[in-house]
Design a protein around this ligand. Structure first.
Ligand code: AMP
Ligand code: MG
Length: 421
């Protein structure tokens, strides 16, 4: 039974990221939110695109206004109005100025903008009562970005700020990693779909739904393969199909030591290399992690197919996903770092109990109160057979091996699994 941290390290060492060349696609910027750049982006546009004004005021020649003051204002002639979007037609000569608005292009001849608050205008006569700094309020072409230099690196996840920058740079098509394909199957002869009538003894396959949601939230593409009964031949066929269609396979159920737990044996039959069979965590002890080479002739740098046999218990399946599958999926997807789960230090508002033998993950809600993370234990039973009080979980408090009780207020590690509410 591997300790959790060792299992995480081993799993991450097994994952090879998607290939930036082969496993990428061009997407339109409007569809790029949440995707990961598979290629560094360079723009052919300077930013700003041309010298422009940072304020509403007048474009002038600094030499004309450098000594002016309230007592001896500079007197200039306004030769042109330059609203945003208009290309100046005239050159500002000595003794002249142009009316300019924020974002408007600077006219040739002018090098400085005087804000309108220190001026007085009558017709085309302009008085300026305060001397500006040289080049004041001019945003120079390429001051923020020079065409041809790196704009964004490979591996960057695109969200609103990056998409704004790419739009401004007129990069409307971007090369991103394709979404990893994740096959999901549920094993168990007792399982039925949520829309089927329940016969006595049957159990609804909630794992398929939970895992599909988690996979989609991770930016990957879930491939739902449904329920497979505990029959070795059928299960073998289903797993063989799963590994032929996906980059990563998630099955739930059938990995403990019961009479109908066939998954590990079938994986071995199919030629998998099994790396992990159990992890010292609670819930979620039975966890099978295996790899399949793509085919016998795969080049060594072609990433293997990863197989996670998760415990069937719905709580255990979720905890195993958050703790072990999610980091693997992040690395596979092309994130250059930040694969590990997010642990924060906080305090529990309730006593937390464990058997002291395995690292325990206890579900509840995490709040940030006056700068301190507070953990609220989910109400109701914490039996791994209970799934009902999982709703609203956004964090798992960790009770380390060797500790049976964490008292109220004691510092603890808390794994955040969803945004704070
Ligand atoms: P197993 O790991 O196959 O021994 O399953 C452990 C427990 O989880 C059993 O009570 C199963 O009925 C239940 N279970 C297994 N698979 C699922 C599933 N897909 N959805 C909900 N419960 C499940
Ligand atoms: Mg089962």
């Amino acid at each position: 039974m591997l300790p959790a941290q060792q299992a995480e390290d081993l799993i991450l060492s097994l994952v090879k990221p998607l290939d930036a060349q082969q496993d990428s696609e061009m997407v339109n910027l409007l569809a790029a939110s949440g995707r990961i750049l598979a290629e560094a982006v360079t723009s052919q546009l300077d930013f700003p695109h041309w010298d422009n004004s940072a304020m509403d005021g007048y474009a002038v020649r600094f030499a004309d206004v450098k000594t002016c003051s309230a007592e001896s204002p500079a007197e200039l002639q306004v030769i042109e109005e330059i609203p945003a979007g208009y290309m100046p037609q005239k050159t500002v000569q000595a003794g002249q100025a142009a009316r300019i608005l924020t974002g408007s292009m600077m006219p040739t001849g002018a090098d400085t903008v005087v804000i309108q608050e220190v001026t007085k205008r009558e017709g085309d006569r302009l008085s300026i009562f305060s001397a500006p700094q040289p080049q004041e309020f001019v945003r120079h072409r390429a001051a923020f970005y020079k065409a041809g230099t790196p704009l964004m690196p490979t591996g960057l996840t695109l969200s609103a700020p990056e998409i704004a920058v790419l739009a401004a740079a007129q990069c409307t098509q971007v090369k991103v990693y394709r979404r990893p394909r994740v096959a999901i199957l549920s094993t168990g002869s007792e399982l039925v779909e949520p829309d089927q009538p329940l016969q006595p003894g049957q159990i609804v396959d909630s794992n398929q739904y939970a895992l599909a949601a988690l996979v989609a939230q991770s930016g990957a593409e879930p491939i739902l393969l449904g329920i497979v009964p505990d029959q070795p031949e059928e299960l073998k066929g289903a797993i063989a199909h799963a590994i032929s269609t996906a980059d990563l396979v998630l099955s739930s159920g059938g990995v403990s030591v019961g009479d109908y737990d066939y998954v590990d044996r079938i994986l071995a039959d199919l030629g998998a290399q099994i790396h992990i069979r159990a992890v010292a965590v609670r819930p979620g002890k039975p966890l099978t992690v295996a790899t399949f080479q793509r085919n016998e002739n795969s080049a060594p740098d072609v990433f293997p197919i990863l197989y996670f046999g998760l415990p069937g218990n719905p709580v255990s399946a979720l905890v195993s996903f958050w703790r072990f599958v999610q980091p693997a999926l992040r690395k596979l997807s092309g994130h250059p770092n930040g694969w590990q789960p997010l642990f924060v230090e906080g305090r529990s508002l309730h006593p937390l109990k464990s058997d002291g033998k395995r690292e325990s993950y206890i579900w509840g809600q995490l709040h940030l109160v006056n700068g301190t993370y507070e953990f609220h234990l989910a109400g109701g039973s914490h039996s791994s057979g209970n799934l009902i009080n999982l709703a609203q979980t956004n964090a798992l408090a960790v009770v380390p091996v060797g500790q049976k009780l964490i008292s109220v207020g004691e510092p603890i590690q808390i794994m955040q699994v969803a945004p704070l509410r």
